[in-house]
Design a protein around this ligand. Structure first.
Ligand code: PEP
Ligand code: MN
Length: 264
């Protein structure tokens, strides 16, 4: 179902009347790794909107590598995201970590994110395939592109064709970055599938210094959008502070991004 041989023309995923992924506009989803409280999510939502982002991201259910790390505000976090959407008009994307809470998340969220750690959780993929919400599917950290597309098939074969693929870095021998953002996956996926493809240079690099150059490179490589972590006070973030941009740096990146997007 995802193959370009079957459907040659590119698919677009409409989130709202004006936010369309896979169309002519590069769509930027920005916000904190985790929703930490009302003031911070509303402040961040306003800042990313002012900079030109079209979607607010924020984790309420967090799939942490360690069970002792912050696990998210859960339903309270979803409510705060909905409040930030009311305040700013930005649609929201947040992660679903298990089939049991998928319906709850879909009551609040405009896009259901499947994280790298769940990219081959087939029960979860089938569950979101049965819901009527666009799905942002991240590439698992040790998945081939073929396996990534098979995960998209799990969602689509349940009836949900609104799938957005996200390259977020893979595990390699390199330790200078958290993951290795596989930029070549973008043109490869574009050739193999009609689905929109976005990139996440925040998780892809793990270091805020490298986020802007890789964001620009991803758009130059043909990405339909980006997911970028932005936090008002990264030093105090509950998760992923080292890779989070301060609003001012994000604003500067958005200005450069407009130049690159206009020339590809
Ligand atoms: C996230 O978006 O905060 C996240 C956990 O991403 P990934 O699944 O790519 O690690
Ligand atoms: Mn994160």
């Amino acid at each position: 179902l995802a193959s370009r041989e079957v459907k040659p023309e590119p698919s677009v995923v409409a989130i709202t009347d004006t936010v369309v992924i896979g169309g002519p506009e590069v769509i930027v989803m920005a916000g904190p790794c985790s929703v930490e409280g009302e003031a911070m999510i509303i402040e961040t939502a306003r800042a990313v909107k002012a900079a030109g982002a079209q979607v607010l991201r924020g984790g309420a259910f967090k799939p942490r590598t360690s069970p002792y790390s912050f696990q998210g505000l859960e339903e309270e976090g979803l409510k705060l995201l909905a409040k930030a959407r009311e305040e700013t008009g930005l649609p929201i994307v947040t992660e679903v970590v298990n089939p049991e809470t998928a319906e709850l998340v879909s009551e609040y969220s405009d896009i259901l994110q499947i994280g790298a750690r769940n990219a081959q959780n087939f029960a979860l993929l089938k569950k979101v395939g049965q819901l009527r919400r666009p799905v942002l599917l991240k590439r698992g950290m040790s998945m081939t592109i073929q396996e990534f597309l098979m995960s998209a098939e799990y969602v689509m074969s349940e009836g949900n064709q609104s799938v957005i693929l996200c390259e977020r870095g893979i595990r390699t021998f390199e330790t200078a970055t958290r993951n290795t953002l596989d930029l070549s996956a973008i043109p490869v996926l574009k050739q193999m599938t009609h689905l929109p493809v976005i990139a996440d240079p925040s998780h892809g690099t793990g270091n805020y210094h490298y986020v802007a150059p890789m964001a620009l490179a991803a758009v130059a490589a043909g990405a339909d959008g980006l997911m970028i972590e932005v936090h008002p006070d990264p030093e105090r973030a509950s998760s992923d502070g080292p890779q989070s941009l301060k609003p001012k740096k994000f604003d500067a990146l958005m200005a450069k991004l407009r130049l690159v997007a206009a020339s590809v």
